[in-house]
Design a protein around this ligand. Sequence first.
Ligand code: NAP
Length: 245
Amino acid sequence: MFQDKVAIITGSSRGIGRAIALHLASQGAIIVASARNVAALESLVDDIEGQGGKALAVPGDVGLSKDVHALFAAAMEAFGRVDILINNAGITRDGLLMRMKDEDWDAVLDTNLKGAFYCCRSAAKIMSKQRSGRIVNISSVVGEMGNAGQANYCASKAGLIGLTKSIARELARRNVTVNAIAPGFIITDMTDALSDQVKEGLQGQIPLARLGEAQDIAHAVAFLASEQAGYITGQVLGVNGGMYM
Ligand code: NAP
């Protein structure tokens, strides 16, 4: 499905990003994997190459403009094009508003929202020239619903939805689509920190009565990144077991 398409995936050292990278690679995409953990990225590249695929690790911090510059430069130097961008890197620094530290607000907004802005800006230049491209931003169900104790995270994820819709309008004429996926609660390191009691409570709010898996998100990403999704732009696809409708 993605034969020789070049896909940049941020935050692909583990969790959802890693699952997206493996899934797109299994369908022929050339993966440019980025995150801060070099060893984990190298292990992903080994896994993809072991399955007969092609991948390049470009370590970096998505919240730093210079690192994002270097990421896109490395992709262009190695492969000469960028067809797909998945903005997946994300962090949480939870706390109630009245006790939230400036650093916790800044760290979350810098990684989750500013990082996506840097990547979209770099991708837009390349994809506009190519007159084709797919951008998928990984938002969150709590960016749509809000969540007590996550004002910084929810603001960043709601911000991603505004970013998605605005640049979908800007880039549509260049045949570049921009969409967001809003995952519900997915089993990864990020949600591992939750107690069993919290997990059970969450499960009660999910009509499909299970937490999601990284694969659930990878499959939705693959659809939005595919040729078949060419008439879909500026949309937010909830992949949340029905917990928000
Ligand atoms: P995770 O297991 O904690 O993985 C987060 C990824 O982001 C890691 O690969 C991490 O790599 C990378 N990352 C963090 N900060 C970075 C930075 N400054 N620069 C570059 N990469 C950075 O989380 P996950 O659950 O897979 O989440 C992936 C995305 O889905 C996030 O955007 C998250 O907000 C979103 N999401 C998750 C859930 C869920 O329930 N799990 C629900 C809704 C939305 P390094 O540490 O190596 O840099």
